[in-house]
Design a protein around this ligand. Structure first.
Ligand SMILES: Nc1nc2c(ncn2[C@@H]2O[C@H](COP(=O)(O)OP(=O)(O)OP(=O)(O)O)[C@@H](O)[C@H]2O)c(=O)[nH]1
Ligand SMILES: [Mg+2]
Length: 292
């Protein structure tokens, strides 16, 4: 029983960072502002000119969190087919938010306002601790196509009380910086991008090693518990045997009375035998008489 409780405690103490430490970033913005392009540029390093509207996609990347490995989960939401229930769920589950507009569309900046209000409403007092970045994408576009200047974007972000950045998914400008900045704003845990392949591999190796060690320890504990249970079983059997042995002399005493009865039986047997012998003797006499 005691060992079973210990094993349970050990299991509870084992941390599974890749399961429990997801860091969720949600990307919001109107249709066509370049949300997917930013995410794909960051995750895969690619860019496509063609426009394929998104319904909702989630991407994962290994990052470091409190000197451990964890998963950065990026939700790329839809711009044109927004479902209020899905939006609310994404906000509730999100740890950080990227609000994207296109510098070529003032309308797209306006469309972010209701989303920002909803985030504030759902996060309540927590909001001051949540990393949020206002992003003006497509800053590579020529000046004549611009509808929102850099200063206007900055001013808007300052009014909302959040950070600001201009990006270009097309030219890979400020994309990694956007995600790194966002993670830097997280104050509750030390999250950081692990883009150095060597360090990532080293950390993953270390984590796997630690996991194997914990599993070995658990196996040993289980083995020990099994052994102890076996020994206990043996001990109980031994004690039962000894207890039986102790009871045996009493049984023998009780069997003594029966032995007496047995002797009586023998006596009867002897008497019978004597009678038989008598009969035999008389039989011989009779036969002798007949012959005579
Ligand atoms: N010039 C320029 N074009 C971009 C940039 N980012 C995206 N685009 C283009 O803008 C179009 C829309 O990009 P998406 O990334 O699909 O836009 P989205 O915000 O994900 O759109 P929805 O999924 O419908 O919400 C595509 O044709 C992209 O090639 C950029 O930084 N500069
Ligand atoms: Mg998209």
């Amino acid at each position: 029983m005691g060992d079973a409780t210990n094993n349970k405690k050990i299991l509870q103490n084992i941390k599974m960072p890749e399961q429990s430490n997801d860091y969720r970033v949600v990307v919001f913005g109107a249709g066509g502002v370049g949300k997917s392009s930013l995410v794909l540029r960051f995750i895969k390093g690619t860019f496509r000119e063609s426009y394929i509207p998104t319904i909702e996609d989630t991407y994962r990347q290994v990052i470091s969190c409190n000197k451990n490995i964890c998963t950065l989960q990026i939700t790329d939401t839809t711009g044109s087919h927004q479902f209020p229930a899905m939006q609310r769920l994404s906000i509730t589950k999100g740890h950080a938010f990227i609000l994207v507009y296109s510098v070529c569309s003032k309308q797209s900046l306006e469309e972010l306002k209701p989303i920002w209000s909803l985030i504030r409403e759902l996060k309540g007092d927590e909001i001051s601790q949540i990393p949020v970045m206002l992003v003006g994408n497509k800053c590579d576009e020529p000046e004549e196509l611009r509808e929102v200047t850099n200063i206007e974007g900055q001013t808007e972000a300052a009014t909302w009380g959040i950070s600001f950045m201009e990006t270009s998914a097309k030219e890979n400008h400020n994309v990694t910086e956007l995600f790194q900045e966002l993670l830097n704003m997280e104050k509750n845990r030390n999250v950081s991008l692990q883009l150095d392949g060597k360090n990532k591999k080293k950390k993953e190796k270390k984590m796997l090693k630690e996991k194997a060690k914990e599993e070995k320890l658990l196996k040993e504990k289980k083995e020990k518990a099994k052994q102890q249970a076996k020994e206990k079983e043996k001990q109980t059997a031994k004690e039962a045997k000894e207890a039986k042995k102790k009871e045996e002399p009493k049984d023998k005493a009780a069997n003594g009375t029966n032995a007496k009865g047995g002797k009586d039986k023998d006596k009867d047997g002897a008497a019978g035998a004597a009678a038989g012998a008598e009969g035999e003797a008389s039989g011989t006499l009779k036969e002798k008489c007949k012959v005579m």
